[in-house]
Design a protein around this ligand. Structure first.
Ligand code: TYM
Length: 425
């Protein structure tokens, strides 16, 4: 198997950190040594993006280089934008900024070969605004291209991720909750299959085994940073996240934030040897936490995120109290110097998702920069947009309860998947 060129470099870096850690541990962990160790790690890391951790201020151009992906720009961006029509703003504004083989997916579509979509969610708690952006974008792609969508609910992954400390029952509860949030997005019930891992993967086990046999431990270790302490369930898990990318013999396009890309790197090493296409992907940036442009929204820190189940009062409180502002410290200063939309989280949230109208978003930017618009006014706009969006989503969620069985079992695609004989895949 061909190892990713970056893997060797990652291994070296991790080894350096481990050697430093080891020698410091031996030295006895005096306070100044501990401080040195922390600094060493900061210098090493600066920012971290893995499927389980996002910290620091993410440098997206560097990620493109390090991960070996391509920017979505020029003619390719235009091709996708023209297919998406009025929902193209996420591409035009480079929120979806990077890809693998998107050009081949669009070629296949134009030649009539078609493609399919795959995305997912790890049900570890309530879903936030950043998660749901992925599902709305995937739904818009389904609407425009009329293709099948597979949505994986990785309750197994979240149970195995020990640091989350979730019981099996917790993961089942969150899976049911999150499936309803996803159903509220309004996917086509006959072209969408939601697979909850603990229910479905037994059925697909023969194909999972074929995947697992082709991924060796040193690849998984260097791509995901597994150590001797990693439980063996977690080491096997990548085979399960790769599975849906092989549900059809067509090309698979995976929308997600860029944190999930390590799985697709492994998938691309092995897919062709199993008679399938390499996965294609479109990667988004992360919606920043309310509290500032670094790190990520967290289920354990409610002030960092707006959850889909937050009521209007909570949304208001979170935004007015916690949203990091790019404004000046007094009104006089602000009028004189203007605000900085680049670090202003309310502006960034409007830009990344909540204000699709390009002319309006540029007006807001200009007003804020000039100092005519104050921080409070920017927050008012966001509160109105978020509460409006959540109201609509909540109404759709009420109705979606009756649809869940179609996505999981009884819709045309779900029935086909449950009937499929995976020993022949
Ligand atoms: P999870 O539950 O961590 O995240 C679900 C989806 O949300 C994206 N995401 C974000 N997008 C924008 N802004 C953010 N701040 C933000 N935080 C998370 C993630 O990239 C993801 O697309 N292992 C996966 C579940 C999974 C999956 C997949 C995801 C299984 N198969 C295929 C994407 C595609 C997970 O735990 O995602």
């Amino acid at each position: 198997m061909v190892a990713h060129p970056r893997n060797a470099e990652w291994r070296n870096r991790l080894t350096i950190v481990r050697i430093v850690r080891l020698s410091l541990a031996v030295a006895g962990q005096q306070p100044e040594i501990r401080a040195y160790q922390v600094r060493m790690e900061m210098v090493e890391k600066k920012f971290v993006v893995t499927p389980w951790e996002v910290s620091g201020i993410v440098d997206y151009e560097r990620l493109i280089r390090e991960f070996g992906t391509q920017p979505i720009s020029g003619g390719l961006a235009k091709r996708l934008e023209s297919s998406l029509g009025d929902t193209a703003y996420l591409v035009r504004r480079q929120i979806f900024f990077s890809h693998r083989d998107l050009n081949l997916v669009l070629d296949d579509y134009e030649k009539g070969k078609g493609f399919f979509l795959y995305t997912g969610r790890g049900p570890s708690g309530p879903m936030h605004i950043g998660h749901i952006l992925q599902f709305y974008f995937t739904k818009w792609l389904q609407e425009k291209f009329r293709v099948n969508v597979y949505i994986q609910m990785t309750d197994d992954e979240k149970f195995l991720e020990e640091k989350r400390n979730l019981s099996y029952e917790d993961t089942q509860k969150w899976a049911a909750d999150n499936i309803l949030e996803v159903a509220a997005v309004g996917f086509d019930p006959d072209k969408t299959f939601i697979l909850q891992d603990t229910e479905f993967v037994g059925h697909a086990y023969p194909l999972i085994l074929k995947i697992a046999r082709r991924v060796n431990y040193s690849t998984a270790k260097s791509v995901f940073g597994f150590t001797g302490e990693t439980n063996i369930g977690f080491s096997f898990y990548p085979a399960i996240q790769i599975l849906p990318s092989l549900f059809e013999k067509k090309r698979c396009l995976i929308p997600s934030a860029i944190d999930q890309d390590p799985y697709w790197r492994i998938q691309r090493d092995i897919a062709e040897s199993l008679g399938y296409h390499k996965a294609a992907a479109v990667h988004s940036k992360f919606m920043p936490p309310l509290t500032g442009m670094q790190d990520k929204m967290s289920s354990s820190k409610p002030e960092t995120a707006i959850y889909l189940n937050d009521d209007e009062k909570t949304v208001r409180n979170k935004i007015y109290r916690h949203a990091f502002s790019g404004g000046q410290s007094s009104i006089e200063e602000h009028r004189k110097l203007g605000g900085n939309p680049d670090v202003d989280v309310p502006f960034q949230w409007l830009y990344m998702f909540f204000e699709p109208d390009d002319q309006r978003i540029e007006e807001i930017r200009a007003e804020y920069k000039s100092g005519r618009m104050l921080t409070g006014q920017m927050k008012d706009i966001l509160v109105e947009k978020v509460t409006g969006f959540l109201r609509g989503h909540r109404e759709r969620r009420e109705k979606a309860q009756a649809q869940v069985h179609l996505y999981k079992k009884d819709g045309a695609l779900a029935r086909e998947m449950w009937k499929h004989d995976f020993s022949k895949s």
